[in-house]
Design a protein around this ligand. Structure first.
Ligand SMILES: [Zn+2]
Length: 73
């Protein structure tokens, strides 16, 4: 596809995504995305996001837990 921001071409890539669901933050690895070769913008297909929500809503394996700092700038 073509990037909405810069007009560059995108390519398929598995990425690490921050994902919020019902007030919880998840870091999900190996998520299929289209990534712009020029500016790096990432696009996720709606079906991938639905799959992700479904996966996280059901019982799933947790690879690791981390603490996250929330700060003001
Ligand atoms: Zn771009």
């Amino acid at each position: 596809m073509i990037c909405e921001f810069c007009g560059g071409n995108t390519f398929k890539k598995k990425v690490k995504k921050q994902h919020w669901l019902r007030g919880e933050l998840y870091i999900v690895e190996n998520v299929e995305a289209e990534v712009c070769a020029e500016c790096g913008e990432r696009y996720f297909h709606a079906s991938i996001l639905d799959e992700l929500d479904g996966y996280l809503s059901a019982e799933h394996d947790v690879k690791e837990k981390i603490q996250v700092e929330i700060v003001n700038l």
